[in-house]
Structures are given as structure tokens and as C-alpha cells.
Design a protein around this ligand. Structure first.
Ligand SMILES: Cc1cc2nc3c(=O)[nH]c(=O)nc-3n(C[C@H](O)[C@H](O)[C@H](O)COP(=O)(O)OP(=O)(O)OC[C@H]3O[C@@H](n4cnc5c(N)ncnc54)[C@H](O)[C@@H]3O)c2cc1C
Length: 486
């Protein structure tokens, strides 16, 4: 008889693991507390507007391809993927940088800003591509069990890149502050400051300039729908509105979960919920990491988000827009070093309806505004309103148009919602940051050290934050389970 596995949560990592485990012959049941699957990547619709409430950047298309290929499928079996051209726009206080969809255009834009900068840019991206090939094809596919996993010919010859930071590498080659910000932007997806992130992570720059920015028609939720459909076709049973209240242990082995008051036993338990929360479902003596451990870690930011229905088509904006018109150093300090509500934050705005008309009613625009903030901050309606006004004013000034009078409705989302909806530690949005000391084997482990047959996956374990890493995390934990639970 096949072994049974209960999976907690239905984010990308849990859905990914469920597919691999079902394919390997396990009997998989997945329990999600919310009424729809997808975790941080859920979608809401209102009055004809469609909002992806979490991720919006589709980077590293090769990783999505590999995931579906593992099941004899292609992304195009499930959704239409379009390369965005331009990829995105960055608004500075005195200029706008447009990032095209291939290197020649990007080099031209760099030359416009800093004469001669296209030469170091091409070299930088070639090195970033090498790093991408090593990171994505080798390092991130390791389960983080031992430091030896990182000791390879490729990494030894690049040791300096683990000690130097991306910030120093960029500043060595480029002088213009706008180009520096442009090149430091991609590693922000890893959740830490560029001056805390190893320069090896320049592979994110290759993901950006080399592989491009893509959009699944209908929004990022199309990926979730595709994975749900794949999982169900492989035999996974998905239960929504199913809050897991406890993980019970017998003779040091994970025995059962309690779901909405009902006990469900299985041979293996895997949690794709936030790692910190998953451990609180265990009795204290079975938890591996103390509150002090979690508190000492660098967490990726939380976010203040607004989902806005707009009754006109906007001008001068693209699908993705970054507002880097204030001082990034100050904002980063207010996120990481001295956590507080930022004085003058950078922000990001996504208008998917600029390229995908299915996302908004005719003649309208769907807007998603995001301000990164420190996790754990006080979250009140007054604060949310204050920041909405602040960014709308700046948006109007930088893009030269009125928005305020064209807002049909807005919904907000912040720290309290992340905690309420996902049991997120301190309301973090993107999990635990990838700093040097929080990379690979230094991250919380996929397999419990204290409880047999208990596993974890997701953005607080390996490889780290982001949708592509979540797909990989699910694959890694599924492989580990297959090795250990025969
Ligand atoms: C606002 C925002 C923007 C982002 N932008 C991008 C982007 O542009 N590109 C990108 O690649 N990544 C982005 N990310 C990061 C990416 O979305 C995440 O890294 C990824 O979705 C995390 O997946 P996961 O499986 O680790 O966790 P989650 O998606 O959090 O899934 C965990 C699931 O567990 C469930 N759960 C929790 N507790 C319980 C319980 N007790 N019982 C049952 N279920 C439970 C939760 O409800 C949730 O569904 C963004 C994230 C956010 C929040």
C-alpha cells in the first residue's frame, strides 16, 4: 500500500512538493486554511478588475519550464506567457530609465546615462550568467544538509564572490547613482540589502537583463491554477478551509495533524506553511528553533499594499514601474537597521492591464501599489491612509497626471493581514532573507532534526524567497522524503 502524506498549506512550495510526491506514488492530501489555494499568490476580483495580491514579477522562466517538464508538460499547456517589452520603467526624481527586453536596448539606455557604461555592463552580465548557470543548475538544487554541498570547483574558484557584496561589485564598475540603483534592484527579491548580499547573487541581474520579465495572460494566478490542476491530475486531494491546529508526535515520529478539530493520521507530514508557525503547531520540546533564533534572523520585508480600481487608462506608465525617486539608503535603514515606518519610501506599482486587457474592464486600469516596510511594524488604518496619500501624490507628480479623481475603489493589505491570512512571522511578505549567513545549509532545515517523518518547505527554508525558489523547495523536499521514507 502506498504511504500517506499530509501537506500543510497550498503555496507554490506545497503545491510543487505535492506534485512530485504524487508522481512518486505517495497518497497525498493537502490542507489549506484559506478558501482558495496559492498562499501569498492568491487573486482577488472586484467589479471586473483582477488583482494578483502577491507576486507580480515572472522571472526565471526556465525554472517554471523545468517544473512542468518534470511531469511531461509545458507551461503553454496551461497558460500563455508573454515577454514584456519594455520589461519595466524606473522613475527617478529627475529622469526615467526604461529597461528594454534585450541587452542591446538596455546598453543604449545605460550609455545615455553614463558614457562608456555599456562595456562594463556586458562584462557584468556575462559574469552574472556564469553565476546563474552554477546557482540554478547546481547550488539551489542541493537540499542544504551540509556545508560540503557548497564546496565545488565552481564555488572555490569564485570564493571571493561570497565575501564581496553585490553593492561593492556594482559600485566598482558604475558611478552613476541611477545605474547603481538599477543594478542593485534585482537582489532586493532575495530580501536583504545589496550591501549584505554576496556578489555571487548577481545571477539575479542575469535573470533580469538576460532572461527578461514575463507575464502569464490572466495574471500570476494562472501558475497557481496550472499547478492545482496538475496536482489533482496526479491524484492529490486538496482541502481548502482546513486550518491545521496541531502536529502530534508519538515515539519521536510525526503521527497526525488536527484539522478543524479532526485528527488525521499519515505516514509523513510536510508543512509548507511559514516555518516558524509550523513549529508552533508542535509541543515545545519538539521545536528545533527558539523564538530567540527567529528573532535574530534577517527577515525579508513586509509590505503595505493597495489594490486599486482606476476608471481610465493611464499615461507614461508600463506594466511594472519602480519609483526610486527618494533615497534608497534611508529607506533600507528603516527596513533593516532601525525598523520603523519609512519617512520617504521607494515604492513599486504594477498595472497588468497595460499589457493584458483581460485584467481590467475596458478603458480602465488595474493598479497594485507596494511599499516595502520592516516586518512587525504597528499596522493601523490611519497609517495605511497616510502612506496611500503620500505615494499617490508622488505618482501623480512623477507621471504628470491626475489619479486621485479616477479611483473607483481601493483595498489595502499589510502586516496584520499577512499574520491573519498566512500565520506569517511578524507579518513578513517574502520569508527569510538570503544573506551570506542565511544561505543553503545555514537556513532552517527541510527535515526536522527532532521529529522523524516531519518535513518543511517554503520561503523560510532552502533555497529562499520568491516563486521560482518555492518551486525548487518543493522538489528538494519531495526528493528528501523519497530518500528517507521508503
Ligand atoms: C506582496 C508580495 C509580492 C511578491 N512579489 C514576488 C514577485 O514579484 N516574484 C516572485 O517570484 N516572488 C514574489 N513574492 C514572493 C513569493 O510570492 C513567495 O516567495 C512564495 O509565494 C512563497 O510560497 P510558499 O509556498 O513558501 O508560502 P505561502 O505562499 O505563504 O504558502 C503557505 C500557505 O500555508 C497556509 N497556512 C499557513 N498556516 C496554515 C495552517 N495552520 N493550516 C493550513 N494552512 C496554513 C497559508 O494560508 C498559505 O496558503 C512576493 C510575495 C508577496 C507577499
Amino acid at each position: 500500500m502506498s504511504k500517506t502524506i499530509s501537506i500543510i498549506g497550498s503555496g507554490f512550495s506545497a503545491l510543487s512538493a505535492s506534485c512530485y510526491l504524487a508522481k512518486a506514488g505517495y497518497e497525498v492530501s493537502l490542507y489549506e486554511k484559506n478558501d482558495s489555494v496559492g498562499g501569498r499568490a492568491r487573486q482577488i476580483t472586484k467589479d471586473g478588475f483582477t488583482f494578483d495580491i502577491g507576486p507580480s514579477w515572472y522571472w526565471m522562466p526556465d525554472i517554471f519550464d523545468k517544473f512542468f517538464n518534470d511531469f511531461g508538460k509545458k507551461t503553454s499547456d496551461y497558460y500563455q506567457l508573454d515577454k514584456l517589452s519594455p520589461a519595466y520603467k524606473i522613475f527617478f526624481s529627475d529622469d526615467v530609465i526604461t529597461i528594454g527586453d534585450h541587452m542591446d536596448q538596455i546598453c543604449k539606455e545605460f550609455e545615455r546615462i553614463e558614457k562608456g557604461s555599456s562595456i562594463p555592463l556586458r562584462k557584468f552580465i556575462t559574469k552574472a550568467q556564469d553565476n546563474y548557470n552554477i546557482a540554478i543548475n547546481k547550488i539551489v538544487l542541493k537540499p542544504g544538509l551540509s556545508p560540503l554541498e557548497l564546496v565545488t570547483k565552481d564555488t572555490i574558484t569564485r570564493l571571493d564572490q561570497f565575501y564581496k557584496t553585490i553593492s561593492s561589485e556594482v559600485r566598482k564598475n558604475f558611478k552613476n547613482p541611477k545605474l547603481i540603483s538599477t543594478l542593485e534592484f534585482p537582489v532586493l527579491f532575495l530580501g536583504a540589502k545589496p550591501n549584505q548580499t554576496p556578489s555571487f547573487y548577481s545571477f539575479m541581474n542575469f535573470a533580469d537583463f538576460g532572461l527578461g520579465t514575463w507575464h502569464p495572460k490572466g495574471g500570476m494566478y494562472e501558475i497557481v491554477k496550472a499547478m492545482k490542476s496538475l496536482a489533482e491530475s496526479l491524484g492529490v486531494t486538496i482541502h481548502t478551509n482546513s486550518n491545521v491546529e496541531k502536529i502530534s508526535v508519538e515515539n519521536k515520529k510525526a503521527k497526525s495533524i488536527t484539522v478543524n478539530g479532526k485528527t488525521i493520521t499519515s505516514d509523513v507530514i510536510l508543512s509548507g506553511a511559514d516555518y516558524h508557525h509550523s513549529e508552533t503547531l508542535l509541543d515545545q520540546n519538539y521545536r528545533q528553533y527558539s523564538e530567540a533564533y527567529w528573532d535574530s534572523k534577517t527577515f525579508a520585508p513586509s509590505s503595505l499594499l493597495f489594490y486599486v480600481g482606476i476608471n481610465k487608462k493611464l499615461e507614461n506608465v508600463e506594466h511594472h514601474n519602480l519609483f526610486f525617486d527618494t533615497d534608497f539608503e534611508n529607506h533600507a535603514e528603516e527596513i533593516y537597521d532601525d525598523p520603523k515606518w519609512p519617512k520617504n519610501p521607494l515604492f513599486y506599482v504594477n498595472f497588468p492591464s497595460v499589457t493584458d486587457l483581460s485584467m481590467a474592464p475596458e478603458g480602465c486600469e488595474t493598479g497594485f501599489f507596494l511599499i516595502p516596510i520592516a516586518p512587525g511594524l504597528e499596522d493601523t488604518n490611519e497609517l495605511r491612509e497616510k502612506y496611500f496619500k503620500l505615494i499617490i501624490d508622488r505618482f501623480e507628480k512623477r507621471t504628470g497626471q491626475n489619479l486621485n479623481e479616477h479611483i473607483l475603489f481601493k483595498e489595502s493589505y499589510c502586516v496584520n493581514d499577512f499574520i491573519e491570512d498566512y500565520n506569517s512571522y511578524k507579518g513578513n511578505a517574502y520569508g527569510m532573507a538570503n544573506t551570506l549567513m542565511q544561505t543553503a545549509f545555514l537556513r532552517p532545515k527541510l527535515k526536522s532534526k527532532k521529529v522523524d517523518s516531519l518535513y518543511f518547505t517554503g520561503q523560510l527554508t532552502v533555497p529562499g524567497p520568491g516563486v521560482p525558489p518555492a518551486l525548487i523547495s518543493g522538489k528538494l523536499v519531495a526528493e528528501l522524503i523519497q530518500q528517507n521514507e521508503v
